[in-house]
Design a protein around this ligand. Structure first.
Ligand SMILES: [Zn+2]
Length: 447
């Protein structure tokens, strides 16, 4: 599969971009890394589907990898046979992974996947299973110290602690008529389908769910509970609010949050959030992903409702295109976005756990806006992949431990309304909180 070439930065720009972006790994002397004897690959970027190659690491750096090896895109190690670590163009490997270069090329060829990994047909999902870019860069740090025969911490300074931001997209605060209608139709349809497949039990369970959904109370206001749980765990949360005041259409009624930020309960909530030093972010609407105008109007509306500057965001439904969303958010006054994640699976969409200013392939410069990628959300463990309690706990722990082991930066997402009995996803939220405060973090890469 081939597509139009996207211009990579020059070698010097690429190395500078990586050393600057991962600056937190070397509080001192980051420039030392640029003298590593890394081969430069001449190969052109022509494939928009990455082919991954496993590279065994030398023994002194084995724990930078997974099972002693790192996965890299094949463009960074041209040639045949089993590539040795000394032959790899590590700068190119980090750049292609961190900047999701293949996904950008895919988008150019086929359009945005709007955050559904399944639309990246035929991709090897291992690319999202670990923070490979962080691991490679930590390997370069180790290699450099090895060459200088100097302890890593002495040469570069100590590694930082992992930074994990707990975020909540406020999609609904009560079961409105539209939500009742939408969900009961969905559940009724599932029951109907199960019935005709002869799956009586499943049909029955769907009907039960539907009856519960229609009969239970309408409030989905869980802010007090969330704040209490999080302050017990010393977590500083970020709440993202929708702030659209256009007249409702059927599409907006079905796809976008429907609440009024000028209601007294929201005014009280914003006071509460400000007093608790919680972050307040914007949750731009479904149709906003390439519109500076909509994003800016919504940002200003939220600012006037909550009384503090709003500079953080996450797109509703993770609607996102590399070509347009970042630049639109930047122009709309957003400084940090946490949209980068998939709807249909947990994972590291840019093979990294890092807050950074991405490279803009249109302008050849870095964006001003920063991305803090997200790695998991509630529905990954329920809707998209129902699992046992034990499996869910292990999976949540796996993703958080990966971030901790590379001393990375990441956001997590739990929607407040899923704490309701209608969803019953509070257990998963408690698992996340337990993991954040829990013992037993792997510090494998700490030296
Ligand atoms: Zn949303």
């Amino acid at each position: 599969m081939h597509t139009e070439l996207m211009r990579l930065p020059s070698r010097k720009e690429m190395v500078h971009h990586i050393i600057t972006s991962f600056g937190r790994y070397w509080p001192k002397k980051g420039a030392v890394l640029s003298s590593l004897p890394i081969k430069e690959c001449e190969c052109a970027m022509t494939m928009c589907k990455p082919v991954l190659v496993s590279i065994d690491l030398p023994e002194w750096a084995a724990n930078c990898g997974v099972g002693g090896a790192l996965l890299i895109p094949s463009e960074a190690c041209p040639g045949t046979g089993t590539p040795q670590w000394q032959e790899v163009d590590w700068w190119l490997a980090v750049f292609l992974l961190l900047e999701a270069w293949h996904e950008r090329m895919w988008e150019r060829a086929f359009g945005s996947v709007h955050s559904y990994s399944l639309r990246l047909k035929g991709w090897n999902g291992q690319i999202w299973d670990h923070a490979w870019a962080n691991r490679i860069v930590l390997f370069l740090r180790r290699w450099s110290a090895h060459l200088h025969a100097s302890p890593e911490n002495e040469l570069f300074g100590p590694l930082p602690e992992a930074e994990i931001l707990m975020t909540h997209d406020v999609d609904a605060v009560e079961k409105t008529g539209a939500i009742r209608l939408k969900q009961s139709l969905f559940m009724g349809f599932n029951a109907f389908r199960a019935f005709f497949k002869g799956e009586w039990r499943r049909a029955g369970s769907n009907i039960k769910k539907m009856a519960l959904f229609l009969s239970t109370g309408s409030s989905w206001w869980f802010f007090d509970e969330i704040l209490a749980l999080e302050s017990a765990g010393a977590v500083r949360p970020c709440f993202n609010f929708s702030a659209d005041d256009r007249p409702g259409t059927l599409k907006r009624l079905l796809f976008d949050p429907q609440y009024d930020l000028t209601e007294p309960r929201f005014i009280r909530l914003f006071e509460q959030l400000r007093a608790r030093n919680a972050l307040i972010g914007l949750h731009p609407t479904f149709d906003s992903w390439k519109s500076t105008e909509l994003m800016e109007a919504q940002r200003l509306r939220l600012e006037s409702a909550c009384g503090v500057p709003v500079r953080i965001s996450r797109q509703h439904w993770l609607r996102f295109a590399w070509e347009s969303t970042l630049i639109s958010l930047e122009k709309a006054g957003i400084e940090l976005d946490t949209t980068l994640m998939f709807n249909d699976r947990p994972g590291f969409r840019a093979s990294s756990a890092l807050r950074w200013r991405p490279f803009n392939h249109e302008s050849g410069k870095r964006y001003n806006i920063e991305i803090l990628p997200s790695v998991l959300m509630d529905s990954h463990f329920y809707d998209y992949n129902p699992m046992t309690e034990k499996a869910r706990r292990e999976s949540i722990s796996f993703w958080i431990r990966e971030v901790e082991s590379v001393r990375g930066q990441i956001a997590l997402l739990w929607h407040p309304h899923t704490l309701s009995p209608d969803y019953g996803w509070k257990d998963g939220f408690m698992d996340v909180l337990a993991c954040l405060g829990g013992e037993g973090s792997e510090k494998t890469l700490c030296t």
